[in-house]
Write a protein that binds this ligand. Structure first.
Ligand code: IDC
Length: 485
């Protein structure tokens, strides 16, 4: 492995800075939750689908309906962060491509038929395809919205470095109106979101909208960016979406650089004009810096640094979520599944997100060595890879009450879910717990802290889900699932 001493020094400084920032802010005791239309708290567990969208001529992911079915059968997922491309949505100014939205809607229906919740993610990396003449580096923004002013954009081995190229920087500076020359770009982006919301407002499986993937401020960075034009964009998108859709959740991301490593975000509180409780979700990503630098979780020293980054990330994410009064969904985490210790890293993040009461979407469902699939024959022969077993774990999909703790012990294969009764509120429907049929035939054994006879559990073999009705007279419930004894 390549050792880069100066980068190690940067890592140290950055992490120490983060620790100081973290100490300054207490973490909350009561995390918030996304709820479904029956008032149940949702634990979202799934994949980003998919990176292949970025290079597809129709901007569609590689999957067919059968692949969604396979994903559910093999891993019991209930969530997808589905990539959209602004370039496909608005190919010419103010002209929306309805065929594109039809194709998205068709895929949404594949997920809806299997009880998934779909998050529509307006993805971008490096602004857009037109930052280079070949169009093989960036994705997201349409050509007409890309103004590099003729400044160069050189390709780099590590793709993130292209953010620093002059033409990329200028394109973002125009979008955020730092240059003062293209205020119309943000107007278009906002209206485009309004259009998407109008289209999907009545589609209950669409749980929400992720306003912008990994925002980058160009020459404006940190709090000046997050509290300035980024917050302005979010406020305007929230208003545009609420004009069409009162109920879906609106997911906001921090500036990616720094926060992906665990550093704090300065994103301000964003008001939600909807009637009733606000529905804003904080949806950061995690890519620990040591891993960006090529370190692996299999190496003891690196693992200690990575664990420290994860702890920092968690503290800082909770502080921001508290400020935003928002539940947390981890929008991206992932790595090359063949790297040493990769599965332990994924388990660590599943555990951390469980502890935080946060949903999560693994990056990604692609056929590229990061995803859950082994593939051969040019992608024709797809079979379950190493990640499938790790992702296929019992988890509470929906909790009919206020979640208190979710713990999965992978040595004993025991899942413990505790939650408080929410008797004063309208919570209907059972608690639903997905349990993998292969390791828990018949759903395994389920027990409850409720008195015998006062609660029921029904195994839905078709969906591999326990449906549990708890005793409404108890203030707290604890469910325990183990393999059959
Ligand atoms: C990566 C793809 C890679 C592509 C790159 C740029 O895996 O093939 O070259 O994007 O388009 C993110 C981004 C996500 C990245 C992912 C992994 O949100 O689009 O996908 N990542 O690098 N942020 C940090 C990591």
């Amino acid at each position: 492995m390549k050792r880069l001493p100066w980068l190690a020094a940067v890592v140290t400084l950055v992490l120490v800075g983060g620790v100081l920032a973290a100490i300054a802010r207490p973490s909350p005791e009561n995390p918030r939750f996304i709820t479904d239309d029956q008032g149940r708290a949702l634990i979202l567990h799934g994949f980003n689908t998919s990176g292949s969208t970025k290079r597809d001529p129709d901007s569609m992911p590689w999957i067919e309906e059968q692949d969604v079915e396979n994903e559910y059968r093999l891993m019991g997922t209930n969530f997808v962060r589905f990539l959209l491309q602004w370039s496909a949505l608005e190919p010419a100014p103010d002209e929306y491509d309805e065929d594109y939205l039809d194709a998205v809607a068709e895929r949404v229906s594949w997920y809806a038929d299997r009880d998934f919740h779909v998050l529509l993610d307006m993805h971008q990396d490096l602004w857009g395809q037109s930052i280079t003449a070949e169009g093989n580096v960036g994705n997201g923004a349409p050509p007409w919205a890309t103004h590099t002013d003729g400044l160069p954009v050189a390709e780099q081995e590590q793709w993130e470095l292209v953010y620093l190229e002059p033409g990329t920087m200028r394109s973002f500076d125009h979008f955020w109106n730092t240059t003062g020359e293209h205020p119309e770009l943000m107007d278009h982006y906002v209206r485009a979101w309004g259009h998407v919301a109008e289209r999907f407002a009545d589609e209950p499986s669409v749980i929400g909208y992720d306003l912008m993937n990994e925002p980058w401020g160009g020459t404006l960075q940190g709090p000046a960016f997050e509290r300035g034009p980024l917050a302005e964009l979010y406020r305007r998108c929230i208003d545009a979406i609420r004009g069409a859709d009162e109920d879906s959740w609106i997911f906001v991301e921090p500036q990616a650089v720094g926060t992906n490593w665990g550093l704090p975000s300065a994103l301000p509180h964003l008001a939600d004009p909807r009637y009733g409780e606000p529905r804003i979700v904080y949806a950061p990503h995690i890519y620990p810096l040591p891993m960006d630098l090529g370190e692996s979780y299999g190496d003891d020293t690196s693992r200690a640094w990575i664990d420290r980054s994860v702890d920092l990330w968690r503290t800082n994410v909770q502080a921001t979520a508290e400020r935003l009064e928002a539940p947390v969904v981890l929008g991206e985490f992932g790595l090359d599944t063949t790297s040493p210790g990769a599965m332990e890293y994924v388990e660590r993040l599943l555990e951390v997100s469980d502890e935080m009461g946060a949903g999560r979407a693994y990056w990604s469902n692609d056929l590229d060595g990061w995803g859950p699939w082994d593939y051969g024959n040019g992608g024709e022969d797809i079979s379950p890879g190493a990640l499938v077993e790790v992702m296929n774990r019992p988890y509470p999909r929906a909790i009919a009450g206020e979640p208190l703790a979710v713990r999965y012990d992978h040595d004993t294969l025991t899942l413990t879910v505790s939650f408080a009764e929410k008797s004063d509120e309208d919570v209907t429907g059972p608690t639903e717990i997905y349990v993998p049929e292969d390791r828990y035939p018949g759903g395994g054994t389920i027990s409850s802290s409720d008195p015998e006879g006062a609660w029921t559990a029904e195994w839905d073999a078709e969906r591999s889900v326990w449906e549990v009705e708890s005793d409404p007279r108890r203030q707290e419930h604890e469910l325990v699932i183990t393999p059959p004894s």
